[in-house]
Design a protein around this ligand. Structure first.
Ligand SMILES: Nc1ncnc2c1ncn2[C@@H]1O[C@H](COP(=O)(O)OP(=O)(O)OP(=O)(O)O)[C@@H](O)[C@H]1O
Ligand SMILES: [Mg+2]
Length: 348
């Protein structure tokens, strides 16, 4: 029989001990030729059994309570008073404690892993941030030094250098503003002004504002709302923020597109939502890079992205903004063929 609870243990131990004692007593009596009424022996057996059981039970309870209380105090990190902690002697106390300790160990391991990841993230983030700020700040410093060392009087360069320094300042400001926006969304300090918005006309506005840039790169921008079958589809969103989402994604499709490329914005009517897709036939993204694409400062092709003036914050902002609307964003891409970014918005 498998002994599971302290009570079972007490009963069996008491029974075995009493039986051994009675056998010894019987043998002693037998050897010394003393005859005792077997009924007394029986009564003695029962009394001994009860007493031994009570003593073992009491001692066991005390011992287990003492040891387990200490364990619980450590794993639950709080003080347990005697009264709050009655050991249930008819339960598998040790088995239960073992399970709790194992669960605690698992939990601690997970927490340590989480802290380790956070630490890694913080280190990487600070590294990226200082790296991104260093480039424009050093160039600003260079231009200013040249101006101070006589360039200021040189009509040929003073204006051009000041303009370049000012561009550097714009870049630093842009990075700080992007980070500030992400931080505000993360700490939920960004208030969304959600109103019904005709997403088709918003998308048209954004496409028009990017037309000149697209033409410079010979990229064709188009809208396709035929699947919707209407010129108007209203969604609940913050107009400026979703404008920024569309602008960032379409901007990327121009930056990472190919000459004579084509970017199309499509709309799909889902039951409660509208799915908005921005599809390009540009350079595409290798599958292995997709999971990290929405992380801040993440760029697939660092040199190319930097040439386009990118810091890798655009898609991090996009994801944050879409999620702040309670929606999701996704990306599909095939290297060399193009990419499609899609997100949903709630229909009014
Ligand atoms: N449509 C696309 N086609 C191919 N690669 C893309 C596309 N969109 C984004 N990427 C890749 O994803 C990276 C991250 O994009 P993201 O918009 O976050 O940053 P960025 O464009 O480099 O800089 P920022 O948008 O902050 O100016 C880009 O550097 C680029 O490598
Ligand atoms: Mg971008």
């Amino acid at each position: 029989m498998l002994i599971k609870t302290p009570r079972q243990f007490s009963i069996i131990a008491a029974f075995v001990l009493t039986l051994i004692s009675v056998v010894i007593i019987e043998l002693t009596l037998f050897v010394s030729d003393v005859v005792v009424n077997q009924r007394y022996i029986m009564i003695m057996f029962i009394i001994m059994l009860v007493l031994v059981y009570l003593v073992i039970y009491y001692l066991l309870e005390k011992l287990i309570t003492q040891k387990i209380r200490l364990l619980y105090r450590t794993i639950h990190n709080y003080k347990i008073n005697r009264g709050d902690f009655p050991v249930k002697m008819n339960e598998d106390v040790l088995g239960k404690t073992e399970k709790e300790v194992l669960a605690w160990a698992d939990n601690s391991r997970e927490e340590i892993e989480k802290l380790r990841l956070q630490e890694e993230f913080r280190r990487e983030f600070l590294g990226n941030l200082s790296h991104e700020l260093k480039t424009p700040i050093f160039s600003i410093q260079g231009y200013i030094l040249t101006l101070l060392e006589g360039g200021l009087e040189d009509e040929n360069i003073n204006r051009a250098f000041l303009e370049r320094a000012s561009k550097g300042v714009d870049r630093v400001t842009g990075i700080i503003e992007d980070l500030d926006l992400i931080t505000r969304i993360e700490s939920e300090r960004l208030k969304l002004n959600t109103v019904p918005v005709n997403i088709l006309s918003l998308a048209r506005e954004i496409v028009e504002s990017l037309e000149i840039k697209a033409q410079k790169r010979n990229v064709k921008l188009s809208l396709d709302w035929k699947r919707i079958g209407s010129q108007e589809i209203n969604v609940l969103c913050d107009r400026d923020k979703i404008g920024q989402v569309l602008s960032n994604i379409i901007n990327n499709s121009i930056n990472y597109g190919v000459e004579n490329g084509h970017t199309e914005v499509r709309f799909f009517d889902l039951e409660d939502n509208v799915l908005i897709e921005v599809s390009d036939d540009g350079v595409g993204i290798k599958e292995e890079y997709l999971p990290r694409l929405f992380e801040r400062f993440y760029r697939v092709d660092k040199s190319r992205a930097r040439n386009e003036g990118g810091t890798g914050l655009g898609l991090a902002i996009v994801k944050h903004l879409v999620e702040a609307h309670g929606q999701t964003i996704d990306v599909r891409s095939t290297e060399g063929q193009g990419s499609t970014f899609s997100f949903t918005l709630k229909k009014v």
